[in-house]
Design a protein around this ligand. Structure first.
Ligand SMILES: *Cc1c(COP(=O)(O)O)cnc(C)c1O
Length: 373
C-alpha cells in the first residue's frame, strides 16, 4: 500500500458518544432517539458513526435514501432505519428488507408500494408525513379527510408512525413552531380517529429537541447536534457539544517571498513584507471552500494563521511568517481542535455564508476519514 497524502479527517467517536448522551438526556425516558445519519452522516462517515451510535443504544437511524439504508445494513447495522426521502419507481421491493421504514408523503408512491407489497405477500410498516408548514413534503391537514379513506384501501401498508418537520425551530422565539405543533396534534387525532395505531409520533430535529417541549412526541430526530455543531447561533453557549470532525493536513513546502510578491491565481494576495509561505496539499476539490480565499484561518503550532491568496483545486497557501520554528511536515488543522484551540464549523459557515451542515457535507470523498476512539 502506498502511503497516503497527509490530508485527512479525524473522526472523534468519543465526542460523538458525548453528544449522543446529551441528546439521550434531553430526550428523557419517554422518547426514543432516531439518529439522522443521512448524507454519509453529514460527511463524517455513516458506517463508523452508525456503528458507534448502535453500541450506545440508539433506537433507530434515519437516512435520506434507500441506498444509504442498504449501506448501513451492509455495515452490520441492525436497528430500524427510517428512510426520509422518497420511494422512487422501481425501488419498492427494496423496502421489503426487515425494518427499513418508508415515509409516505404522496398517494402515488403509497399505491405503488402497496401494490408491490401485495404481490409479494408482505405488509410494510410506514410513517405518514404531514406538512405542517415546511412546504416541502407531506400531506396537508386539509388533505387528510380525502387521503385517509384512500389509504385504508392500501391494506398492505401499516401506519406505524406519524411525523412532520419543523421549519423555524432554529429560531426558538419564532411563534410558528407552536403553530406547527398544533397542526401536528390535529393531524395525529385525525389519523387515529381513522383507526390507525401509530407507534411513533415525531416532529423534532436537533433544534426542536433542545428548544421546545413536545409532549405529543415519543421519538426525536437529531442530526447536527450529534456531530457537535449548533443548529443556529441562537444556541450559542447553551449546549455542551463537542465537534466530532477534525480536518488536518501538513505543510508540503515552505518558501520565503520578498515584499510585493503576488500569491496564487489572480494575485489576490500581495505580500506586504518578506513573507514565509507554507503550501498545503488541500484545495477546493477536497471541499476546502474557495470562498476561504484570503479569509480562512488554520492552526499551526498553536497559532492561528491566515490563508494567503486564492484557494486552488489541490493547493492552499498560508502565511506562517509569525510561527516560530515552523517546518515542512508540521501538522495543520483546517477545522476542529489543535493544542486547545478551535476552528469551528460555525466560524467557517459565517465566513462563507452558509451553515455548519454544509461545511461538513462539503468535505469531499477524496479526503479519508480516520476513526479515533
Ligand atoms: C435532516 C433531518 C433531520 C435532522 O435535522 P438536524 O437539524 O440536523 O437535527 C430531522 N428530520 C428530517 C426529516 C430531516 O430531513
Amino acid at each position: 500500500m502506498p502511503v497516503a497524502r497527509p490530508t485527512h479527517v479525524d473522526i472523534d467517536l468519543g465526542a460523538l458518544r458525548h453528544n449522543f448522551r446529551l441528546v439521550r438526556h434531553q430526550a428523557g425516558a419517554e422518547r426514543q432517539v432516531l439518529a439522522v445519519v443521512k448524507a454519509d452522516a453529514y460527511g463524517h462517515g455513516a458506517r463508523d458513526v452508525a456503528r458507534a451510535l448502535a453500541k450506545e443504544g440508539v433506537d433507530l437511524f434515519g437516512v435520506a435514501l434507500l441506498e444509504e439504508a442498504k449501506e448501513l445494513r451492509a455495515a452490520g447495522i441492525r436497528a430500524p432505519i427510517l428512510i426520509l426521502g422518497g420511494i422512487y419507481p422501481g425501488q419498492e421491493a427494496g423496502f421489503f428488507a426487515p425494518d427499513l421504514i418508508p415515509c409516505i408523503f404522496d398517494l402515488a408512491s403509497a399505491r405503488r408500494l402497496d401494490a408491490a407489497a401485495r404481490a409479494a405477500g408482505r405488509v410494510i410498516g410506514c410513517h405518514i408525513k404531514i406538512d405542517t408548514g415546511m412546504g416541502r413534503v407531506g400531506f396537508f391537514n386539509g388533505e387528510l379527510d380525502d387521503l385517509l379513506p384512500e389509504l385504508s384501501k392500501l391494506t398492505h401498508l401499516r401506519v406505524d408512525g406519524i411525523m412532520s418537520h419543523l421549519a423555524v425551530a432554529d429560531e426558538p422565539e419564532h411563534p410558528f413552531t407552536a403553530e406547527q405543533i398544533a397542526r401536528f396534534r390535529q393531524a395525529v387525532a385525525k389519523v387515529r380517529a381513522f383507526g390507525h395505531r401509530p407507534r411513533y409520533l415525531h416532529i423534532a430535529n436537533s433544534a426542536g429537541l433542545f428548544a421546545h417541549d413536545l409532549p405529543e412526541c415519543n421519538l426525536v430526530r437529531p442530526g447536527i447536534v450529534l456531530y457537535g455543531a449548533l443548529p443556529s447561533n441562537h444556541f450559542a453557549g447553551r449546549l455542551d457539544l463537542r465537534p466530532v470532525m477534525h480536518w488536518r493536513t501538513s505543510i508540503a513546502l515552505l518558501k520565503t517571498l520578498p515584499s510585493g510578491s503576488g500569491i496564487s491565481y489572480g494575485h489576490r494576495f500581495v505580500t506586504a513584507r518578506p513573507t514565509l509561505v507554507a503550501t498545503l496539499p488541500v484545495g477546493y476539490a477536497d471541499g476546502y471552500n474557495r470562498r476561504l480565499t484570503n479569509r480562512g484561518e488554520v492552526l499551526v503550532r498553536g497559532r492561528r494563521v491566515p490563508v494567503a491568496g486564492t484557494v486552488c483545486m489541490d493547493w492552499t497557501m498560508i502565511d506562517v511568517t509569525e510561527v516560530p520554528g515552523v517546518q515542512v511536515g508540521d501538522e495543520v488543522t483546517l477545522l476542529g481542535e489543535a493544542d486547545g484551540q478551535w476552528i469551528r464549523a460555525e466560524e467557517w459557515a459565517e465566513k462563507i455564508g452558509t451553515i455548519p451542515y454544509e461545511v461538513f457535507c462539503q468535505v469531499s470523498k477524496r479526503v479519508p476519514r480516520v476513526i479515533k476512539g
